[in-house]
Design a protein around this ligand. Sequence first.
Ligand SMILES: [Zn+2]
Length: 153
Amino acid sequence: MVDGVVNALLSPGLLAKQTEFLFAGLGIFCWVIWFIIAILIMVWVYKDAESRGMSGVLWLVIVFLTSWIGLIIYLVVRKPKVMAPPPYPMAPPPGYGAVPPPAYGAPPPGYGAPPPGYGAPPPPPGAQGMNCRYCGTPVPPGSMVCPRCGGRL
Ligand SMILES: [Zn+2]
């Protein structure tokens, strides 16, 4: 029984089949890798062509149809990349960038500072036990006894 199974596993026919499966799997794996690389190349060609003012779709199709040949053709015939934008005139147009009129920069008088008494709101009475409940004297927070009348807070 066991001998029969071992013999079957080690039989030349089955070994050949296993090897065939193994190589088929490797083939599919390599094909997937190649497919991913091809897609990356086509994406790069598309972006590169677009950045050079060429038709990205056209070269994408060419590389897709002709594989490496199209890629080589593209690398040969592609235009030199535009390194710098078209030169701008050195001087700005007249009136552009000049100092604004003086009346425009300064705020009107009294606009910057808040009116007196507006900045600090008055402390709310009774908050945090700050006033004595007997005489109304303000008491420092945390005190147990009123500093004026001595009443317990
Ligand atoms: Zn008090």
